[in-house]
Design a protein around this ligand. Sequence first.
Ligand SMILES: C[S@@+](CC[C@H](N)C(=O)[O-])C[C@H]1O[C@@H](n2cnc3c(N)ncnc32)[C@H](O)[C@@H]1O
Length: 248
Amino acid sequence: MAKLKFIDLFAGLGGFHLALEKLGCECVFASEIQPELQSLYERNFGMKCSGDINEIDITKDIPDHDILCAGFPCQPFSQAGKQQGFDDQKRRGNLFYKIWEILECKKPEFVFLENVPNLKSHDNKNTYKVIYSTLSQLYDIQDDIISPHYFGIPQHRTRIYIVGRLKSKGGLVGFNFPEHTERPECNINDILVPDDSDYMSLRQITKGKFYQFNLSSCIRQQNSLTAQFVSFSLSNLANIFYPPPFLQ
Ligand SMILES: C[S@@+](CC[C@H](N)C(=O)[O-])C[C@H]1O[C@@H](n2cnc3c(N)ncnc32)[C@H](O)[C@@H]1O
């Protein structure tokens, strides 16, 4: 069977690439604006990324493909950002329209998008309404807000995933997002290497006795709170040296 071809827009570290390659698909184009990430991508996947997607000539530079993947920049929609959405001063919000331009021109059968969950509620839900109605001109769309820790993987990273298939190819008949529970058993000890001293450290703010006490007692108890607490700390607070008492 012919390999499905995909393009990896806003490629970053290549999360989509990794997943789709494992499923036997072939990447035919990637775009990432940051030079450091471009060279990491080349090292990891053996292919060069094109740069700024705004500079790409869609018909000339982007090959035909079956799947368009895009984890488009989320700062304009993130709760942590200024929430400027489509009016974002740095034009990041408008990158959704770049995706749409590519979809309209190339009409890949499938589209996979990823963003922060706040995309759905941003601007009284108007932002998502625009995205949904734009995509729905060609695609049957479903979305879900999921995180690796819902599936037993000890990382807290809630994201909205939007999946679409061309209506002209039958749409998303029979497709469902995987069932999940929001608080499964998920233990940080599953991924810790007990004698490893090369681990991430936390920012000053987390070095208080309260955090040290809770972190160490959580880990000793080996309960699911452990994973939630540690992954929360790592994703929100990590940065500086944290002494290692919690592994003793
Ligand atoms: C949310 S991250 C995507 C993460 C990616 N899905 C991964 O697996 O690592 C968005 C990425 O878009 C890149 N980006 C932002 N503006 C861009 C542009 N105009 N053209 C290409 N890439 C851009 C950023 O540098 C960033 O790496």
